[in-house]
Design a protein around this ligand. Sequence first.
Ligand code: GDP
Length: 298
Amino acid sequence: PTAPQPAAKPGILGRLLGQTAPEARREFDDAMLESLEEVLIAADMGVETALRVAANIAEGRMGRRVTATEIREALAAEVARIMEPVARPMPLYPKRPQVVLVVGVNGSGKTTTIGKLASQFKAAGKSVVIAAGDTFRAAAVEQLQVWGSRAGVPVLTAPEGSDPASLAFDAMGRAQDSGADLLLIDTAGRLQNRADLMEELTKIVRVIRKKDPEAPHNTLLVLDATTGQNALAQVEIFRKLADVSGLVMTKLDGTAKGGVLVALADRFGLPIHAIGVGEQIDDLSPFDPDDFARALVG
Ligand code: GDP
């Protein structure tokens, strides 16, 4: 009667505990530890993190009779404990403009996230300017213009194929002259040619520093949570290309694989400033470690 029911419930523990009555007791033995390790790895927590989390749960429970509720609560607490230090909103500085460089691979949700951020800051009474720095993707520029008009925020563009650094420089000037609070700069996400991308990002940073030596004040890496372990590789890559200061995790609405956030927090400790929970303009939320842990554990 305690056989796990595959995919009986969303969330990690649905897979482990299946239809087990919440208060039924069973012995925490090696087999249970192994199943726990397996479901944590399957949930994209990464092997290292999964094994350690499972070991922490097992500690003091091995050989004891435990309930599903106890395991569920212990796991949620363990996940929340790992996530708490990284749950930090993007810091705001009195600097005008505060420059936010947004990086990430194409398809991760950069454009959408910039639209959502612009809308949130605008709603909070800030004046915002967007620079459509991915000048090689006409579709991205158009999409940003759509988001800009939805948010009521100007979007500065340059002709297709032109130098993104020159656009960024002009955008800095415009944002400074107009006394804007925030300048959000989109960037290209073509990883096919990493040397080019690095050169492009380095050049953007170099020219905006001519106008403000402290810019960019934030470098946000946008990651698609549904890509699982790939997200870890992307952090490794982008940390070499830019001085990443925080993460936005997108598409958390569409995945049972949010476990990768635990691996990210554990491995890199970079703050998670916000999470994308849908395709609409309001679908960007602060990252709440307890809500996340409960949803993940299921
Ligand atoms: P970019 O290439 O990185 O600029 O990515 P886009 O912003 O164009 O997003 C790629 C796709 O992901 C689009 O279809 C978006 O609607 C979708 N998307 C972005 N963020 C989210 C999110 O938080 N949840 C969901 N479900 N879809 C998202």
